[in-house]
Every structure is written in structure tokens, then in C-alpha cells.
Design a protein around this ligand. Structure first.
Ligand code: AMP
Length: 560
């Protein structure tokens, strides 16, 4: 059973899997379209529609249409209320995932059970967990969450390995900048492709910046022009259906202006009408600050890569639908002297996720083969296996599952190294400042996997309890202000016997694997006894909520 790759995008989503020849194939549903708009229409209390139908309906029934839900992932408080029922971001996302699963079933006759779901590189722990939760709600076994730029680089790197004539011309060792401007998010990532190793060197991004912001600016312009021509008519932006219609018209015009220099937009509202001529120059002028921000973030990403000893990029891959705007490549050339090319902007991420899913699946089978033969310890990584054993296992898996041997070897050999997108730390007392402040143990752009420790001192003699508060960096920079840090987990070391001085050592260790999940242990060193850390997370939905939403989704399915 293939592990599918899913690009759960802000505006569009896609599902893919690798075919018998090892190439990633995007699976289209009945509509025949490879991507599905990430939009859900809650048509009635028991019915919902996902995709183009929901997107079209946004104009007529804006109250019941949920779009851009990805921007809400990780926000445990947010709810979309439709027909009196509150829906969390993972619950809404699960409906999109179910629709993709159905499409894949339609395309292949096989219902996906397991998947790799992609997330923006800057997604933190909470957003990743919310994504896994969405997959679980949709009945999927989420094998991993994968960074979107890594997925795009994998698809690109695969094209090279696979002998695609255009891509194979590249050098064996290449540094690639992935500029990913989608509908709601922006990511800049510098990635090193060295033979069969893919390493992320630096990430920058903004999760509130994407094509939708361009649409908003254009819609605002259209509304102003409409109102100027029709002073007695209502402003279309004052009415939710009018605003939705205007935003859709703005997006259409924006798309056209990627191909032509000027276009006419007809705005009708409140019985009045205006024809607004929009040129590409005007579009670029009114959205210049948005583009500038992506250039600034890209520059910061390049600076970080330089700091890591990689001062030059060999290739720039443009992914995400919004990178089709000619202004993007122009700005990268004039501002950063980068020659950027569009690279499968809509489907590279889903394809890369499918390749990664296949890699995970084949790795799992090879590891299982080695373990049953006693050639690999339980829990040990594949790299621990002897070369001859690994080779034998690859052959057996290839034979047993009728997969070409080269494909199994490729899966096992390709290594993906990545970096962490945010800092993590603990709150500790700064005696000089006399207050609790974050101390950062893990820093943004540290390379995964991470294992790092820091020692702290107890506040008092005979301290019987220690509270450990794990925090995540908010915003672009590490800050020493507790209000700038998001509390992820709070745990208590309890039952410390008396007899230890003030300043007794407490060692805190942070470990993070490629899944981005943070494991924290705290240890009272002098007491030399195993102390338990009871960690409760306030970051994701409570178990009760999970159960309730599952029920709600179950009921909807039975009715729908
Ligand atoms: P994605 O999230 O990668 O699917 O990208 C979707 C975004 O790309 C939306 O904001 C679209 O409006 C935008 N987009 C798609 N095609 C074009 C185009 N030809 N010109 C400008 N923007 C586009």
C-alpha cells in the first residue's frame, strides 16, 4: 500500500503517489483537475462541499464558506462556526484531506491509508501537530509531516537523478534557493543537494503573506474606482457577498496580468456598474510592499546560508502559484541578482511528498527485514546496518514487492537533513532582571536532529519542586521578554528530598527529531534520582475536544 504525498495548501491542495516506475504521479479526482481548492462550503448542518464548488459558492454564501484555513492551523482558540456548529482548523482541514483521499481512490481504485503531509518550513510544533490531527480526523495514518521546500527540492532532485535531460545538466553538488509564494504563505529556503543528500541550510518565511494579500489590494483598488464612478451606490466592500465577488474578480484580473499587460474588470454592485482598466504596472505598484517583503526575507535567508559557509546559490526554483507573477522573477534578478525559473509551481510539493512517502515506506520495509533477521537493533536507524546487510535487505524487499532494486536503493540512500524553523527554550529566573525570562536552548536554523542540554540552578535550598516551562519563539527574532514567547508545555519535577543547597543543578535536555516533535527532559543532578517530568500541553486541542470533533465528523459523514 503506497504512502501518498499530500500538499495541504492554503489555497489549493493536491495528492500524489509514486507509480510502478517510481515516478511521482499526481492523482486527479472526477473533476480531472490535479489540484483542489482548499475551500469548504458547509451547505447544511449535515452536508459539506470541498473544492471548486465551494470556491464558486463563496460569492453567494460567504457565511458558510471557509477558505484559507491553513492560516489558522495551530491556533487552538479559532473556530469556524457554520449552522451553529464550531469547527476547529484541523477539523476543517480534515474535510479537505478526505476529499483528496476520495480523489485518489477514484484515480487508482485504492483508498490511501497512510500519507506524508507537507507543511511550510516555518510551521512550529503546534501547527505540525494540528496538521497531524487533521490527517488523523480524516482517517489517515500520517507517516510524517514534511517541509514544503524540501518536498519541492526532492521533486527537483529526483528529476536530476532520474535523468531528466534538462535537469541532469546541473552539477552533482548544487545549492538551491526555493522561493515559494503560494496563496497565503511565503517561504524562502536554501537547500544543498549533494549527491544523494538533501540538506536545508536556512529558512525564512511569513505565514500571513501570499497571493490572497495581492487580491485584497487589487479588490481595494477596484472598490475605490467603483465608488468614484458610482458615488450613490454602496461600497461593495461593505457587504460580505460583494466583497467576496470583488476578491474573486481581483484574483482573476491578477492571473490575467501575469500573461497580458492590461485587462478590464467589470464591477457590478448595488444596481450599479463600473469597468475598471487595470494594467500590470498598476498591479505591481499597488502590491510593491508585499513583493518587497518576500525579497527582504529571501535576502535574510541568503545571509543565513552565507553565515553557514554557503555564499552562493546555483539555482533558484520558483514554486507556489503566485510565483507566476512576472514581477517575482524580475525582482529577484534586479534586487538579488538571481536568475529564477518556475519549477512545476503547482505540483512540485505534492510530487516531492509522494517521493518522500515512498522513501519512508521502503525504508520501513528494509528495516523490518533487517530486524527480523537480527541485523538491526529495534529502534536503531538504518545507517547502523552493515553495508552488505543493507544491500541484501534491499534486494529481498525489491523481490518481495516487485519494486525495481534501484528504486529501493534510492529510497534508502537519499538523506534529508533539515533545520528547525523557530527557537525553543525554557523560562528561567534572570536574577539581574529579577524576573522570568526565556533562555533559548534551540535556535532557529539549528540543524536537526538536535540534542542539547543546559544547566540551571535551583532558587532555594531544600526546594522540593521545580517547574519547567517550555516555550517557543514567536516572531522572527529570539526575545528575552516572556510575553514574546509562546508557552508550549509546563511540567513539574516533584518530590525532591530536602538537603540540597540553593543553586543545585537542574539539567534540561531538548531533543528534536526530523518530525519536529520536541522531547524535553529535566533532571535534578545532585539528587541523582530519576525525577519525573509531568508535561501537559495547552498547545493543541484537549482530548475531550478531539473526541467531540471526531463524533461530529462521524455524524456528518453518516448523514452526508
Ligand atoms: P498555491 O497556494 O501554490 O496553489 O498558489 C495559489 C495562489 O497562486 C493564489 O493566490 C493564486 O491567485 C495564485 N496564482 C495562481 N496562478 C497565478 C497566475 N497565473 N498569476 C498570479 N497568481 C497566480
Amino acid at each position: 500500500m503506497a504512502v501518498h504525498g499530500i500538499d495541504l495548501g492554503t489555497t489549493n491542495s493536491a495528492i500524489a503517489r509514486t507509480g510502478p516506475d517510481g515516478r511521482p504521479q499526481v492523482l486527479a479526482g472526477m473533476s480531472g483537475k490535479p489540484t483542489t481548492p482548499s475551500v469548504v462550503l458547509f451547505a447544511s448542518p449535515g452536508e459539506h462541499v470541498v473544492g471548486e464548488g465551494a470556491r464558486r459558492e463563496a460569492r453567494l454564501d460567504p457565511e458558510h464558506v471557509c477558505a484559507l484555513v491553513k492560516r489558522r492551523m495551530g491556533d487552538a482558540q479559532w473556530r469556524f462556526v457554520a449552522h451553529g456548529k464550531p469547527w476547529s482548523a484541523p477539523a476543517v482541514s480534515s474535510l479537505i484531506l478526505r476529499s483528496l483521499v476520495a480523489d485518489a481512490g477514484f484515480a487508482t481504485g485504492e483508498t490511501p491509508g497512510a500519507a506524508v503531509i507537507t507543511v511550510p518550513a516555518w510551521f512550529g510544533d503546534e501547527e505540525r501537530r494540528a496538521t497531524v490531527l487533521a490527517g488523523t480526523y480524516a482517517g489517515l495514518d500520517v507517516v510524517d509531516v514534511l517541509s514544503e521546500p524540501i518536498a519541492a527540492a526532492l521533486a527537483y532532485g529526483f528529476g536530476r537523478l532520474d535523468g531528466s535531460p534538462e535537469l541532469a545538466k546541473g552539477p552533482a553538488h548544487e545549492t538551491v534557493l526555493v522561493y515559494d509564494l503560494g496563496g497565503g504563505t511565503f517561504d524562502a529556503t536554501v537547500i544543498e543537494l549533494a549527491d544523494r543528500r538533501i540538506s536545508v541550510l536556512a529558512v525564512e518565511g511569513d505565514h500571513q503573506l501570499g497571493g490572497a494579500d495581492w487580491d485584497e489590494r487589487v479588490a481595494l483598488h477596484l472598490a475605490r474606482r467603483f465608488c468614484a464612478e458610482n458615488p450613490d451606490a454602496e461600497d461593495p466592500l461593505d457587504d460580505s457577498a460583494g466583497a467576496q465577488a470583488l476578491v474573486l474578480a481581483a484574483e482573476r484580473a491578477k492571473h490575467q496580468l501575469s500573461d497580458v499587460e492590461r485587462t478590464d474588470v467589470v464591477v457590478t454592485h448595488d444596481g450599479a456598474r463600473a469597468t475598471v482598466t487595470l494594467t500590470r504596472d498598476e498591479l505591481e505598484e499597488m502590491t510593491a510592499p508585499l513583493l518587497r517583503r518576500t525579497v527582504d526575507l529571501t535576502r535574510a535567508c541568503l545571509v543565513e546560508a552565507t553565515r553557514r559557509g554557503v555564499p552562493r546559490v546555483d539555482r533558484v526554483l520558483l514554486v507556489g502559484g503566485s510565483s507566476r507573477m512576472p514581477a517575482v522573477a524580475d525582482a529577484l534578478l534586479t534586487e538579488l541578482d538571481l536568475d529564477a525559473r518556475l519549477h512545476d509551481p503547482d505540483l512540485a510539493v505534492a510530487r516531492g511528498a509522494a517521493l518522500y512517502g515512498e522513501k519512508k515506506e521502503l525504508e520501513r520495509m528494509v528495516a523490518a527485514d533487517l530486524r527480523t533477521r537480527g541485523r538491526l537493533r529495534d529502534g536503531a536507524p538504518l545507517e547502523d546496518a552493515a553495508d552488505a546487510d543493507l544491500d541484501g535487505a534491499c534486494r529481498r524487499v525489491a523481490d518481495a514487492y516487485a519494486v525495481p532494486l534501484a528504486q529501493v536503493r534510492r529510497a534508502v540512500e537519499i538523506r534529508v537533513d533539515t533545520v528547525v524553523s523557530r527557537g525553543f527554550g525554557v523560562l528561567a529566573v534572570n536574577s539581574a532582571a529579577g524576573r522570568l525570562e526565556p533562555t533559548w536552548l534551540v535556535h532557529r536554523n539549528d540543524r536537526l536532529p538536535i540534542r542539547t542540554s543546559r544547566s540551571f540552578g535551583t532558587m532555594r535550598a531544600d526546594q522540593s519542586e521545580i517547574q519547567v516551562t517550555v516555550v517557543e519563539q514567536q516572531g522572527q527574532a529570539e526575545s528575552s521578554r516572556p510575553e514574546d514567547a509562546k508557552v508550549l508545555v509546563v511540567g513539574d519535577i516533584t518530590g525532591i528530598p530536602p538537603g540540597y543547597d540553593e543553586g543545585a543543578e537542574v539539567r534540561v535536555t531538548f531533543e528534536m527529531g526530523f518530525d519536529g516533535v520536541l522531547h524535553v527532559t529535566a533532571f535534578h543532578v545532585d539528587a541523582d534520582i530519576p525525577l519525573t517530568l509531568t508535561a501537559t500541553t495547552g498547545a493543541t486541542l484537549s482530548q475531550a475536544e478531539v473526541a467531540r470533533e471526531r463524533d461530529q465528523l462521524g455524524k456528518q459523514r453518516r448523514r452526508g
